[in-house]
Design a protein around this ligand. Sequence first.
Ligand SMILES: Cc1cc2nc3c(=O)[nH]c(=O)nc-3n(C[C@H](O)[C@H](O)[C@H](O)COP(=O)(O)OP(=O)(O)OC[C@H]3O[C@@H](n4cnc5c(N)ncnc54)[C@H](O)[C@@H]3O)c2cc1C
Length: 332
Amino acid sequence: MEQLELAIQEIRQALPGLELHENEPMAAHCSFKIGGPARALAVPQDVTSLCRLCYLLKKHELAPYMLGNGTNILFPDEGLPELFLISTAKLDRLFLLPDGAIYAEAGVSLSRLAGFAQQNGLKGLEFASGIPGSVGGGLIMNAGAYGGELKDVVESVVVQYLPEQCMYELSNEQCKFGYRTSLFQKTGGIVILSAVFRLEKGDGDAIAEKMRELNARRRDKQPLDLPSAGSAFKRPEGHYAAALIDEAGLKGYAIGGAQVSEKHAGFVVNRGGASSHDVHELMRHIRKTVYEHSGVALEPEMIILPPDFKLEDHGPQIPLHNVWGPGLNEQS
Ligand SMILES: Cc1cc2nc3c(=O)[nH]c(=O)nc-3n(C[C@H](O)[C@H](O)[C@H](O)COP(=O)(O)OP(=O)(O)OC[C@H]3O[C@@H](n4cnc5c(N)ncnc54)[C@H](O)[C@@H]3O)c2cc1C
């Protein structure tokens, strides 16, 4: 705690132009609209100031918690008094490279990235146009939909590796993407700065039509009118989480303000005034009931903070980010 206070003071002096919010309510920074205040939330305007910020935090033996668009996170009502968060909202550079690949910084939204690809007659990112996350958050999760995943189109990723305070460029293979997972979830201390996407040439009108069709399917099936963090649980092998929850009779089931969506049982929605505790209780109840009904243990897809939080039943794996880990070279 003391280190965090000293770090905030030093950062204010060393980076006077930095947007830095103290005791910032996180409900305003996530799609679930849930969460108490974080001690500090910085919004660096470019990669250089982000790296300087990481350096100053490391001097105080602190690691930041990175925030993209906040569409896959459940923040605690109690807030995060011990965390320094960094938002990538202003890392928004997006352009074509001379060889036709797309360069995107971590804070570029996936919908803007997909739209940019379409405008340049490049196909392969249509699936991502309705995913509300950012490039950084999308790569951490290997976001995907309708048969596509970011791993299919990413050529390389540039990261800042916090323990060494240096940058690495990782190839697609080195990112070790899997279903809703990546190296970045298994190795702490990594900040995603930017990525290069390699796409195939296609017809702009056909790409736009495909995006319209997928987004219409999304609007038809998903409860986009209510706050949520997307799918609450990962797809278990050989099953669909939504079908298992529906078959267990839980569609519409609610605890406090948290409810299993009546439109899509895979979503837990905030139907008004939900607390993080309501969501925890509901998710525990879903896991227990589905396990009793079908023998399948569901694993949360959304990230539940603080980082050491665990839903007790059946020991789900909550990914831990942004803690010191072994060097990236040792991983590859
Ligand atoms: C309505 C709705 C629909 C959705 N549909 C889909 C879908 O179809 N497919 C799908 O895969 N997901 C879906 N999601 C979930 C979510 O949008 C994705 O997981 C997305 O990739 C998260 O991106 P984000 O920027 O919001 O990440 P955040 O929620 O901000 O962060 C997610 C994780 O990534 C880390 N992180 C973020 N940026 C960085 C960075 N630059 N460096 C290091 N770590 C970082 C955070 O620390 C956190 O651990 C949906 C969500 C909603 C609300």
